[in-house]
Design a protein around this ligand. Sequence first.
Ligand code: ADP
Ligand code: ADP
Ligand code: ZN
Length: 215
Amino acid sequence: MKILVMGPPGAGKGSQSAKIVDSYKIPSISTGQMFRNAYEDNEPIGIEAMKYIKNGELVSDEITNELVRLRLQKNDTERSFLLDGYPRTVTQAVALDGMLKKMGTDLSAVINILSSNDVLFERMEARRVCKECGATYHLVFKKPVVEGVCDKCSGELYQRADDTLESVKRRLEIYETKTKPLLDYYDKKGILYNINGMQSFDKVYADIELVLRDL
Ligand code: ADP
Ligand code: ADP
Ligand code: ZN
């Protein structure tokens, strides 16, 4: 099972990806999470990437492709993997096709989570993330048991530097212009599945499972 999870910022990619990798026991490759981890660990690539991330801009295709290329070289991705938030540009999609071709494989499905902009703004404003493990919460819909503390690892919850109004606006613009064209690219390959993201966490997941079980 080699799948991509796509959708605008705040659609629920990270939340649903966490559930998928947990139940199917497959490795997750989230470029956003990898950049945030590298930043937390003071790695040069993380510090460079955060300059773009905090303003809602994309990190360069070059840096991002290289990050994914190195990650896909690890043995655990041979049979299955889930890509969350990559590719985000046509250049990245073409680069990914090249990497997969070299591995002698291809994507099984692209799960595209859809949502209205109103819902996206609301979700990102109320999103909180664990500094330690990256788990995602929502101040209303997915509250931690203890305020400000991660249920899973007791790490500190924070608001992402790019979940500000200005940055969210910019990310949505970029999604429209740079990422949306990819949907056509995958639709033409016949592997695109649209999922309504404006439902409960469980309902969204149930709809995704209907797609995955037939792969
Ligand atoms: P993405 O990775 O696409 O940016 P996230 O999974 O981080 O999205 O979700 C964005 C925010 O919305 C988080 O606070 C998350 O808890 C919340 N959220 C995600 N899916 C739902 C849902 N189906 N219902 C309510 N809140 C949701
Ligand atoms: P969201 O879907 O909520 O925007 P992500 O964690 O997927 O969150 O991405 C956060 C930020 O990390 C993006 O706005 C962008 O700056 C950077 N990023 C993540 N993935 C990519 C990518 N494939 N190409 C370029 N930049 C990326
Ligand atoms: Zn945690």
